[in-house]
Design a protein around this ligand. Structure first.
Ligand SMILES: *Cc1c(COP(=O)(O)O)cnc(C)c1O
Length: 358
C-alpha cells in the first residue's frame, strides 16, 4: 500500500508530529502521569498550554495588543450567529459578500438580527469567481467576507475595504487562516473553525479588535456573549482542551518550519504546480476564474463526459484519498492545506498524468 495522502476539505490532514503529540497526551500529558483529557482546565499545565497557544497565534500572525484571541466552541457556524448577535443591532445594517455556500449561511443568520445588504453575489455562476464590484451601504456597521471559499475554490487575493471609515472588515478564514500572510490590523474580526488548517473540529479561533464591542441593545445569552469569553480568557466553561492542544502542536510545527512566510511560499508552489497540470492535462479543466483561484482548495472537472468514480478509484488505489468534489459542484477537489506535503501534490499530478496516458 502506498503512502496515504488525504485531500479532504475538512476535517483535513494534520502533520504527523501533531498526531503523535496528541496520541501521547491522550495517555500521559508531558509526564504528569495523567491524560490531558482528564486534567482540569484550571490546572497550571493546562492554563499554560492554552496561554501558549494564544501566544503562538499572536506571534505567527503578528497580532497587536488591542485584539483579543479566543478559543470558542460551536464551529465557524456558530460565529455566523454570534457576530450579528454581538455586533449588529436590529436597526443597523451590515454588508455581506455572497461568494459561496458558507457566505450564504452567514447571511441567513445575520438577517435574523439586523439588516443585511448583499454587496455582491457570484451565485448565478455557481460561485466560480469573486465579484470585483461591491455595492456597499454607507451606513454599514461592518463588511463580512469569506476569505477562502472552501467548496468552490475561490479566494480573495486582495481584501476589500469597508466604505465607511468607522466600519470594519470581518472575515471567515476557516479554510485559509495561517496559510498566507495577512495584516490583522485591516480587520475588526477574524474567525476560523480549526478543522481545515490548524487542528481538529471542536475549537474555533476568534481574533477580535477590542473597540468594536459597542453596546448593543439586546439581551445576549452569556455563552454567546464575546465579553464573557474575553473576561474569562476562553475559560468561562470547560474548553475543548484536546482540540486546543492539537492547534498548539500545529502552530509549533508551523513556527519551526519557518512560520507563515515560509508556508505561504510553499502553498503557492503546491497550488501553482497543480493548476499547471490541470491546464496541461487534456482530461481536466478548472471551473474557476483564473485570478480568483484558491491556493487551498483546487476543484477540477473532466473536460469531457467521463466516469468520475473511475478516476476516484484510480487515485484511491494509489493512496490519494477524498478527492471527490463537493456534492453541489461535482467533479474533483484537492484540498492542499498547510499539512499537505509537496510530495502529496506531486503524487496527485503523477496520477493525473498516468490516467491521461492509459
Ligand atoms: C468548514 C467551513 C465552515 C463551517 O465550519 P464548522 O466549524 O463546521 O461550523 C464555515 N466557513 C468556512 C469557510 C468553512 O470552510
Amino acid at each position: 500500500m502506498s503512502k496515504i495522502y488525504n485531500f479532504s476539505a475538512g476535517p483535513a490532514m494534520l502533520h504527523s508530529s501533531v498526531l503523535e503529540a496528541v496520541s501521547k497526551a491522550s495517555k500521559d500529558y508531558n509526564d504528569h502521569g495523567q491524560s490531558l483529557m482528564e486534567m482540569s482546565h484550571r490546572s497550571k499545565p493546562v492554563v499554560e498550554m492554552v496561554a501558549e497557544t494564544e501566544s503562538l497565534t499572536r506571534q505567527l500572525l503578528n497580532i497587536s495588543d488591542n485584539y483579543h484571541v479566543l478559543f470558542l466552541q460551536g464551529g465557524a457556524s456558530l460565529q455566523f450567529s454570534m457576530i450579528p448577535m454581538n455586533l449588529l443591532d436590529t436597526n443597523m445594517i451590515a454588508d455581506y459578500a455572497d461568494t459561496g455556500a458558507w457566505s450564504a449561511k452567514a447571511i441567513k443568520e445575520a438577517q435574523l438580527y439586523g439588516k443585511v445588504n448583499i454587496v455582491c453575489s457570484s451565485k448565478e455562476s455557481i460561485y466560480n469567481h469573486i465579484p470585483k464590484q461591491l455595492t456597499q451601504d454607507e451606513n454599514a456597521r461592518y463588511l463580512h467576507i469569506t476569505s477562502n471559499n472552501t467548496i468552490f475554490g475561490t479566494q480573495w487575493h486582495d481584501f476589500p475595504k469597508p466604505f465607511n471609515t468607522n466600519a470594519y472588515l470581518i472575515a471567515d478564514m476557516s479554510s485559509d487562516i495561517f496559510s498566507r500572510r495577512i495584516d490583522v490590523s485591516k480587520f475588526g474580526l477574524i474567525y476560523a473553525g480549526a478543522q481545515k488548517n490548524i487542528g481538529p473540529a471542536g475549537v474555533t479561533l476568534l481574533i477580535i479588535r477590542d473597540d468594536i464591542l459597542d453596546k448593543i441593545d439586546r439581551k445576549i445569552p452569556t455563552m454567546m456573549n464575546y465579553r464573557t469569553h474575553i473576561e474569562k480568557n476562553s475559560m468561562f466553561n470547560t474548553p475543548p482542551v484536546m482540540a486546543i492542544y492539537a492547534v498548539n502542536r500545529s502552530l509549533v510545527w508551523l513556527k519551526n518550519i519557518g512560520g507563515v512566510d515560509f508556508i505561504e511560499n510553499k502553498n503557492k508552489l503546491k497550488a501553482d504546480k497543480l493548476y499547471k497540470e490541470i491546464e496541461r492535462n487534456s482530461l481536466f479543466v478548472s471551473p474557476i476564474a483564473k485570478e480568483d483561484r484558491s491556493i487551498m482548495n483546487v476543484p477540477f472537472i473532466f473536460s469531457n463526459e467521463s466516469e468520475e468514480e473511475d478516476f476516484l478509484s484510480f487515485c484511491n488505489d494509489r493512496g490519494l484519498r477524498t478527492l471527490k468534489g463537493h456534492r453541489s459542484v461535482g467533479g474533483f477537489r484537492a484540498s492542499i492545506y498547510n499539512a499537505m506535503p509537496e510530495a502529496g501534490v506531486d503524487a496527485l499530478i503523477q496520477a493525473m498524468k498516468d490516467y491521461e496516458s492509459r
